[in-house]
Design a protein around this ligand. Sequence first.
Ligand SMILES: C[S@@+](CC[C@H](N)C(=O)[O-])C[C@H]1O[C@@H](n2cnc3c(N)ncnc32)[C@H](O)[C@@H]1O
Length: 263
Amino acid sequence: MGTFYDRHTDVYDRALGGNIHVGYWDDEADESSMREATDRLTDLVAERLAPSEGQHLLDVGCGHGSTAARIIAHHAVKIIGISVSDYQVNLANSRPQPPDLPGEATFRLADAMENPFPDDTFDGAYAIESLMHMKDKAAALGHIARVLRPGGRLVIAEHGLEGELNGLDAARMADAYAYFKFSLSTDRYGELLREAGLRLVDHTDITRNVERCYDSMIRGWRDAARKGDGEAAGDWETAADLGEWFFCKVPQLRYGLLTAVRP
Ligand SMILES: C[S@@+](CC[C@H](N)C(=O)[O-])C[C@H]1O[C@@H](n2cnc3c(N)ncnc32)[C@H](O)[C@@H]1O
């Protein structure tokens, strides 16, 4: 997984306007740019976390630090971000942090399924499009629950599959999972969170608000295929072919914002 993002981060970043997650548009009439829309998704996560001054937050699967950078520009919090990509952690730690920002952020290489932090370390945590990559979601969520203080919130922004796929689509989905290193489980998040000792307090389906970004992402991959060479070009063609089906034609694919609390 780390190698995947070592190699693919820059292309995702370009296609998604400087962030590595989907954008949020209010409606058809919303003319926000990709950057504005992807920043708005970060703002929606931060709103749900509602952090108070001085709080410590864990960014689970922090990408190249753009999300934490936006949160500390608006909130006086301390963020620690973890990623399994060396390349991303280096980018995140070298991102300039002007001294007059209200908050601060640091980043380190760590696997969320073996979360290295002591119990009760954080007042809040967020995971934007990172749990989809984790094979053992129960372990990752169990650790998040463990490192959260009582009353701490977890906000998840995530793709998921709702409902069954037919046999042909299920086989195709296996290819998409292998390529994107996904395993999606919207249906089961309530259960997984409960088993981890967290209480789901809100689940908002925002599929309609985010789907506009997929065309741009796929165009970005085709572009990378044209510019790339050898293996990388083939990789991006595969991503675009799979993505055109997976992101645009599978009605069971949903995107949700979930808020949970450690009692
Ligand atoms: C789609 S990117 C999202 C990045 C970031 N959350 C954002 O919104 O910009 C997925 C991220 O999950 C991270 N990730 C995947 N599996 C992980 C794991 N087991 N532990 C920690 N991070 C992981 C990747 O390294 C990458 O940073």
